[in-house]
Write a protein that binds this ligand. Structure first.
Ligand SMILES: Nc1ncnc2c1ncn2[C@@H]1O[C@H](COP(=O)(O)OP(=O)(O)OP(=O)(O)O)[C@@H](O)[C@H]1O
Ligand SMILES: [Mg+2]
Length: 406
C-alpha cells in the first residue's frame, strides 16, 4: 500500500482549502478522505429492488439508470463471513477490513461458509478516516457502472453505524500484492505478458470511464486499486474519490486535493485542478511500477530514490539506463522493442502538462501494439549483451516534468 492524503472536511465543497501533509510518515499507501459517519435513517436509496449478479456484464460497458444492488442485512453478512472471522480476512485498506464471504450465486443469499459463490465484503472500520461519503460514492458510481474492467459491486449494508460493501471476489487480489509483496511464497512474480495484460485491462477500464457520457474522473489510480481475477483480468475498484468530469465547456473541475502520494498528477497537487488527464498521469506511474517492480513511493529507500517518478523518469528515455531499471524478475521475457515502446508511453503519460498526455483510448491502442510485439527467443541473448552497445534511442519527450510534491 502507499500513503494517501486528503482532508477531513467535506470534499465536494470546492471553495474550501486544504493542503496535504508535507511529509509522508511511512511507505504505506491508504487513501484518506472525509469522515462523516451516517445515521441509519433513510436507507434503500440505492436499490431498485432487483438483485445484482456477477454474470450480468456489458462487454463495451454501460451506465445503468439506477444502481442495481442488493441491500444486505448485517446478520446476512455475518453469516456469509462466519461473523467476520479472522481466517476470512483478505486484506485491509483505508476504509477498513476486507473479508471473504460465501453466497448463493443466483439469489445472493448468504450460504454456509465454503459453499456457493465467493464474495468480498468491505467493512468500514471505526478508526477509518473514510466514511459515509466514500461509501456513498462507491455505491453511486460503481453501482451504476458496468464494464468488464471495473470490479462489480453486488450490494451494500447500512445498519446502525455499520457501513459495508459487497463485491465480486477477485481471486488473485491486487496488483500491488503481486508486484511488491514478494515475501509471500504463495504469490508468484508476474511475467511480462501478464503485466501487459493487466495494464491493458486497467487502461480499458479507465478509457471507459473517461469516454462514458458522464466522463468520470477516477482520481485514485494505483496498484492496490487494480484487482485481478483468476485469469489475471484487471478490474478497477474503489470509487470513493471518483468525480464527474467537467461540464459546460470547462476543462477541469476544482476539488479538494485528495488521492495517494506518489500517484497524483503534479497540476492537481499544485492547483487542485482535476482533469481527465490527471488519471493518465496516475496510469503512467503504475506503468513505471509495472516495468520496474518498485513502489511509486517508498520511504524505506534512500533519499533521492523515494519517489519513483523523480528517481527513474530520466532513465526511461535512455535505452541503456532503461535496461538497468527493468524488474529483473522479467529478464529474458520481453523484446527490447516492446520495452522501449512501453517506456516511451510511460513518459508520455507522465508529461507535466496534462494536454501533452495521451488519452486513455490512445494508451489502450499503444499497449495493444506493444502486446503484438512478440519476444524472439534469440532476443533473450541480445538482451544480456545490450548494455555494451551505444544507446541508439533518444527520447523526443520533455524530461523537465515538475515533480509531485507529496
Ligand atoms: N473484490 C475483492 N476481491 C478480493 N480481494 C479484495 C477485493 N477487494 C479488496 N480485496 C483485498 O483487500 C485488500 C484491501 O483493499 P482496499 O481496497 O480496502 O485497500 P487498498 O486498496 O489496499 O487501500 P486504499 O484504502 O487506499 O484503497 C486488497 O489489497 C485486496 O487484497
Ligand atoms: Mg483499494
Amino acid at each position: 500500500m502507499g500513503l494517501c492524503f486528503g482532508s477531513l472536511a467535506h470534499e465536494s465543497d470546492p471553495t474550501a482549502t486544504s493542503s496535504p501533509p508535507t511529509t509522508p510518515a511511512t511507505s504505506s499507501s491508504k487513501t484518506m478522505g472525509s469522515s462523516a459517519t451516517s445515521s441509519s435513517t433513510g436507507k434503500s436509496l440505492f436499490s431498485d429492488g432487483t438483485i445484482g449478479s456477477v454474470d450480468e456484464s456489458y462487454p463495451n460497458g454501460k451506465i445503468l439508470e439506477m444502481p442495481n444492488l442488493k441491500e444486505f442485512s448485517l446478520s446476512d453478512l455475518k453469516t456469509a463471513t462466519k461473523n467476520f472471522k479472522t481466517g476470512s480476512l483478505l486484506g485491509e485498506g483505508g476504509f477498513g477490513k476486507v473479508f471473504k464471504g460465501w453466497m448463493d450465486e443466483m439469489t445472493l443469499t448468504p450460504s454456509k461458509f465454503g459453499t456457493g459463490m465467493e464474495v468480498a465484503i468491505k467493512k468500514l472500520s471505526s478508526e477509518s478516516m473514510q466514511g459515509f461519503q466514500e461509501w456513498q460514492s462507491e455505491v453511486n458510481f460503481l453501482g451504476r457502472l458496468s464494464h468488464p474492467n471495473l470490479v462489480k459491486l453486488l450490494g451494500y449494508c447500512w445498519e446502525e453505524k455499520e457501513l459495508l460493501l459487497v463485491y465480486e471476489y477477485m481471486q488473485n487480489g491486487s496488483l500491488e500484492n503481486h508486484l511488491f509483496r514478494t515475501e509471500n511464497p504463495n504469490i508468484e512474480s508476474l511475467s511480462w505478458d501478464i503485466r501487459l495484460k493487466i495494464a491493458i485491462g486497467a487502461a480499458r477500464g479507465l478509457a471507459f470511464l473517461h469516454t462514458s457520457d458522464k466522463k468520470v474522473i477516477y482520481r485514485d489510480f494505483k496498484a492496490s486499486n487494480i484487482l485481478l481475477d483468476g485469469n489475471y483480468n484487471a478490474k478497477i475498484s474503489d470509487f470513493g474519490l471518483a468525480k464527474l468530469g467537467p461540464s459546460g465547456g470547462d476543462t477541469h473541475v476544482t476539488t479538494r486535493i485528495m488521492g495517494t502520494y506518489g500517484y497524483a498528477a503534479p497540476e492537481y497537487i499544485a492547483t487542485g485542478h482535476l482533469y481527465v488527464k490527471s488519471d493518465v498521469y496516475g496510469f503512467g506511474v503504475v506503468l513505471l511500477e509495472i516495468l520496474t517492480g518498485l513502489r511509486a513511493l517508498d520511504t524505506k529507500r534512500p533519499g533521492g530514490q523515494q519517489n519513483l517518478v523523480e528517481w527513474h523518469k530520466p532513465s526511461l528515455s535512455n535505452r541503456r539506463k532503461l535496461k538497468t531499471i527493468m524488474d529483473t524478475r522479467m529478464e529474458g521475457q520481453y523484446s527490447s522493442k516492446a520495452v522501449l515502446q512501453a517506456a516511451e508511453l510511460t513518459l508520455k503519460c507522465l508529461e507535466s502538462d496534462p494536454k501533452d498526455r495521451p488519452s486513455m483510448k490512445e494508451v489502450v491502442a499503444a499497449l495493444e501494439r506493444i502486446e503484438a510485439i512478440k519476444a524472439k527467443p534469440k532476443e533473450n541473448k541480445t538482451n544480456s549483451t545490450a548494455a555494451s552497445r551505444p544507446p541508439p534511442y533518444s527520447s523526443t519527450f520533455s524530461l523537465s516534468c515538475s515533480t509531485p510534491r507529496c
